[in-house]
Design a protein. Structure first.
Length: 676
């Protein structure tokens, strides 16, 4: 046969009209069943079919970035290989198979309308080869998937386990049956000359000559594909659709922003008594979050990334979601005082590594904080250290339990003016609780002040003095939402009163709270530019306001979770450090950083653990053999300094804030003159 006559022969050797009627009837039934099962599944979580469809449609802006994420498998490959490769192979094979099916259908319709089929000749040969390779990719990917599912049976619900296997075995059957169908056509159309475009057909020629076998295979191949599509919403493969749903419901929501369960400003005495905060059982979980959790595929990625799990704390983010999911499946609704222990919730540092790596975009921290809210606000079940923190916040308006009176007197002695003394200020320096009261952190602030003095910017800076309080981050992360909102509202009022336009802070927790959470308390906060001091220092360097010496020092950077992962600030610190010496990165850096152990209010209480998170982190940093570890957060600095002291390695490595290394490298104007 001449190659130009080669074309897709969909109903080759079959009664064409009858086959078309069967195929299109089953396809229509598949669509009806798919939506019926989708409705059934969603209704279990209280979500309507149209509500779900509208969420997907209204979130159309998120579709492209979502597809890009999936196409690159960016999240899948972060912590794991076999599962990532298997998933990638299956996904691309199914996509290419779908394209192949659409080409066949399009060719048919074009042929019916114009009397001439178009996807023929070289195109047909080329795509035949693609489909042959695709069949292998699907077969091997599915086999790898089965290996992985069998190895973790205990993690799945019955439904998940068997439907995962059903789909994977089904994919393998589709790959083999598709190749046999092609092989039969290859032989009976006498295409031997073109075997190099259809190597599978040649390979299977000995078993695919029977027309009975061909009919059996054909009439099981496409119905199986239809059945898998129709039952998808009832199975664990529903995660393919829920991944998009999760991406949409959290689209553009900063990683570091916690949900707002109520608005304190709008609470009346009556509504406050009826207020429900957090949850202790699965029935109380908001319906959209129920569907979010169901997307979990027990892939272990979040657990592998979790510093609390690595430290042997009683927490696995995967198990938190798995327990919620099992509760939803089995109508076994007790979480707190049921499947989840209090310490699992307290072990979380809210570092965000789990959320950053989850391939179906689950926000684990939302669930953990909601259960903390239940423990703190409804049940009041907290230990002494957590109670002390809350007491400090309510009595002193700061997390350190010290009087706010005179908290910035030492700064005034350095020539820094308060906001009342300097009404023309440009930047509010948010000193923070650590900066105000902790001696080590005061040194960091002092270095920053010296830099500002060198840059002749001290007059543009002001502090709040006695009026400064806690930003509210520890209260919110501990689960005390009312205290957080109270502090936030007071601070916003102050910012408004003094017409604050720019905030500089050395604390990534304050940075995250002002930038991502305050605007949800009062939209006026969107007018304020919040800067971490690393961003501000980089700006000063770029503007030539400070000049620095480069030395032979080897640095490594410890990126704070709330700066790098939650807010994507990873470049300023690197740009600065590279100007001062050599930078050696740890394996976990930038947005993939590893927690110091202090976040999520963990700085103020203890959790049972086998090894301290800060010790694990210090070891990772010291593996670089850097002389100086650069920190960008007073809490990280305190945790790592403490770890170095306990491990007895204080002499081997310096732990300094970015402001301190900049300050010690500044070239004074007189030195510039001399060197000029
Ligand atoms: S936020 Fe961090 S500590 Fe908490 S569960 Fe996720 S990875 Fe673990
Ligand atoms: S929550 Fe996400 S990352 Fe964790 S096991 Fe489930 S799917 Fe994987």
């Amino acid at each position: 046969m001449d190659y130009t006559q080669l074309c897709y022969a969909e109903y080759f050797g079959l009664p064409k009209e009858l086959s078309m009627i069967i195929v299109y009837s089953l396809a229509s039934l598949t669509v009806i069943l798919f939506f019926y099962f989708l409705k059934l599944r969603l209704n279990r979580y209280g979500i309507g079919l149209w509500e779900f469809i509208l969420i997907l449609l209204k979130g159309y802006r998120a579709w492209l970035p979502f597809l890009w994420d999936i196409a690159t498998h960016r999240r899948f490959t972060k912590y794991e290989s076999i599962g990532a490769v298997a998933h990638l192979m299956i996904l691309y094979a199914l996509l290419l198979s779908l394209i192949g099916t659409l080409i066949v259908a399009a060719n048919q319709y074009i042929g019916i309308v114009t009397g001439k089929e178009v996807f023929c000749g070289y195109f047909f040969l080329g795509y035949s080869l693609v489909m042959d390779i695709t069949a292998w990719v699907l077969f091997i990917g599915s086999a790898l998937g089965i290996y992985r599912v069998l190895g973790r049976k205990e993690l799945y619900t019955r439904n998940e386990y068997y439907t995962n296997l059903l789909f994977l075995v089904g994919f393998m059957y589709l790959a083999v049956s598709g190749a046999i169908i092609e092989s039969y056509r290859f032989m009976h159309m006498d295409l031997w000359r073109y075997w190099m475009f259809m190597p599978n057909a040649l390979l299977l020629s000995s078993i695919s000559s029977s027309s009975v076998l061909y009919m059996v295979i054909y009439y099981t191949h496409f119905p199986l594909a239809f059945i898998l599509i129709a039952i998808l919403p009832l199975t664990a493969i529903f995660h393919s659709l829920l991944g998009l749903y999760n991406y949409i419901i959290n689209y553009k929501r900063p990683l570091g922003e916690l949900s707002k369960p109520f608005d304190l400003k709008e609470l009346t005495a009556e509504s406050a008594t009826e207020l429900k905060v957090g949850f202790s059982n699965v029935t109380e979980i908001p319906k959209l979050n129920k569907a979010e959790a169901i997307a979990c595929t027990d892939c272990f990625r979040c657990q592998d990334a979790c510093p609390a799990y690595a430290a042997g704390r009683p927490l696995s983010p995967m198990m938190i979601i798995t327990k919620i999911k099992h509760g939803l499946y089995n109508n076994d609704d007790k979480l707190i005082d049921g499947s989840i222990a209090d310490d699992e919730l307290w072990a979380c540092t809210t570092c965000g590594a789990c959320m950053n790596t989850c391939p179906v975009y689950i926000r684990h921290v939302d669930y953990i904080i909601d259960m903390r809210r239940y423990l703190v606000m409804i049940n009041m079940r907290i230990d002494q250290k957590k109670s002390s923190l809350l007491l400090n916040l309510s009595q002193y308006n700061n997390s350190m339990g010290m009087s706010n009176y005179g908290r910035h007197d030492w700064l005034k002695e350095l020539g820094v003016k308060t906001i009342q003394e300097n009404p023309g200020f440009e930047y509010l320096l948010w000193v923070g609780c650590m900066g105000s009261f902790d001696n080590r952190t005061r040194d960091i602030i002092k270095s920053l002040i010296e830099i500002l003095r060198e840059a002749n910017l001290l007059d543009k800076i002001a502090i709040l003095g006695d009026e400064e309080t806690c930003c509210g981050d520890p209260a919110r992360r501990l689960g005390e939402e009312s205290r957080f909102q109270e502090l936030a509202l007071n601070n916003i009022e102050l910012f408004r009163k003094y017409n604050v336009r720019n905030i500089i802070t050395i604390c990534p927790h304050g940075y995250n709270t002002f930038k991502n959470e305050y605007p949800k308390i009062d939209s006026w906060m969107r007018n304020i530019k919040v800067m971490h001091h690393s961003e501000f220092l980089e700006q000063l360097i770029n503007e030539g306001k400070i000049r620095m010496n480069k030395n032979n020092i080897v640095f490594t950077i410890h990126d704070p979770c709330y700066l790098a992962r939650h807010n994507g600030v990873v470049n300023p610190q690197r740009n600065i450090v590279k100007k001062l010496g050599e930078l050696r990165e740890t394996k976990y850096h930038g947005t993939q950083t590893f927690c110091c152990g202090a976040g999520g209010a963990n700085y103020w209480y203890d959790v049972p653990e086998k090894k301290r998170i800060s010790h694990i982190r210090l070891e990772q940093l010291m593996e670089t053999n850097a002389q100086t570890i650069v920190t960008l957060c007073p809490f990280c600095n305190a945790m790592l300094t403490d770890a170095a002291r306990i491990k007895g390695v204080e002499d081997k490595v310096k732990i300094l804030d970015i402001a301190e290394i900049v300050k010690s490298s500044i070239i004074k104007p007189q030195e510039v003159k001399v060197s000029d």
